[in-house]
Write a protein that binds this ligand. Structure first.
Ligand SMILES: Nc1nc2c(ncn2[C@@H]2O[C@H](COP(=O)(O)OP(=O)(O)OP(=O)(O)O)[C@@H](O)[C@H]2O)c(=O)[nH]1
Ligand SMILES: [Mg+2]
Ligand SMILES: [Zn+2]
Length: 304
């Protein structure tokens, strides 16, 4: 028996049963080996950003035979009813571009905090991208000093006018990054600015019929000319955490770290315990009450 050489590649697109894999500069469509598929799993087998091993049993056929372990994953609890499972959006990300907009749709800091918590938990560098700078009204950026004081970087950009696009492009070099955020904030429009040859489809918020309208349907990873990759992902409405242990949640809020070790109880939940340094810091105005409220809500949710 002759042993065929196997190749390694990067998954750049994934649809039912098939994946597009970048192998030595060209994209090839691959099946996913049946045996991989039949293993009962509560997670996605193969997503964009995955490094995979590909076999070529004959001239026409290429098959993913192994998915290499993921360094990081941006994932959530699968929305809706049905069995609990993980929905992995992108694997092996270095940077999460948490994208919201001025104008429509408006920013939801509660949802922003969920993105940031998942990034912290996974060790993915978050960058807050505020698009549609051309629609910014006075007062729209009042929330920003709080986040900057925690250490989060905020980039104000406009896909329409080009404001901030150069700085954004600079942060992408040699990294795997993904635009994530609600539908309509302009993720695909920003990628079209950065990579004009792609011409991804976009749609105005008013053209979207009802809440469920999502213009981008399949997450795709695009190669950047100066090195690195950039993912476009479908809009996210629901972002439940997956596999985030309750006792780790306070570490996903960087501004709590200075206080949590000073609580009287070692396993303090920072909700009802006496002599809680976190609650004292909230009352003293050293921790933002809205951020604390996000912590409490995520904690309640994780407890079921
Ligand atoms: N005024 C203004 N409008 C913008 C800007 N960027 C995008 N838009 C508009 O916002 C709408 C939504 O843009 P998309 O790029 O489709 O949004 P998306 O985030 O990719 O949405 P989904 O694919 O549904 O998740 C389009 O009508 C864009 O023209 C901007 O900087 N300023
Ligand atoms: Mg889109
Ligand atoms: Zn406490």
């Amino acid at each position: 028996m002759t042993v065929r050489p196997l190749s390694q590649g990067l998954v750049v697109r994934s649809t039912a049963g098939f994946v597009d894999v970048l192998i030595e500069g060209s994209v090839v469509q691959c099946r996913i080996r049946g045996r991989l598929k039949n293993v009962p799993r509560t997670t996605d087998i193969c997503v964009i950003g995955d490094r995979v091993v590909v076999d070529q049993p004959d001239q026409q056929t290429r098959v993913v035979v192994e998915v290499l372990p993921r360094k990081t994953r941006f994932s959530r609890r699968q929305p809706g009813r049905g069995p609990e499972r993980e929905d992995v959006l992108v694997a092996n990300l270095d940077q999460l571009l948490v994208t919201f907009s001025y104008g429509q749709p408006p920013l939801k800091t509660r949802l922003l905090d969920r993105f940031l918590v998942i990034a912290e938990h996974q060790g993915i560098q978050p960058l807050i991208v505020m698009n549609k700078a051309d629609l910014r009204e006075p007062g729209d950026a009042d929330w920003q000093p709080t986040y900057e004081s925690i250490g989060y970087e905020i980039l104000t950009v406009s896909a329409s006018t080009g404001t901030g696009i150069e700085r954004l492009t600079d942060t992408l070099r040699n990294k795997i990054s993904a635009f994530v955020g609600p539908s309509g904030v302009g993720k695909s429009s920003l990628i079209n600015r950065i990579l004009p040859d792609l011409d991804l489809s976009t749609a105005s918020v008013s053209e979207r019929h009802g809440k469920g309208r999502h213009t981008t349907r399949v997450a795709t990873l695009h190669a950047l000319p100066d090195g690195g990759f950039l993912a476009d992902t479908p809009g996210i409405r629901e972002l439940g955490t997956w596999a985030l242990p309750l006792e780790h949640l306070d570490r996903c809020f960087p501004e709590l770290t200075d206080y949590r070790d000073a609580c009287a109880f070692r396993s303090c939940s920072h909700t009802h315990e006496p002599q809680c340094a976190v609650v004292e810091a909230v009352n003293a105005g050293a921790i933002d009450p809205e951020r604390y409220e996000s912590y409490v809500r995520l904690r309640d949710e994780a407890m079921g």
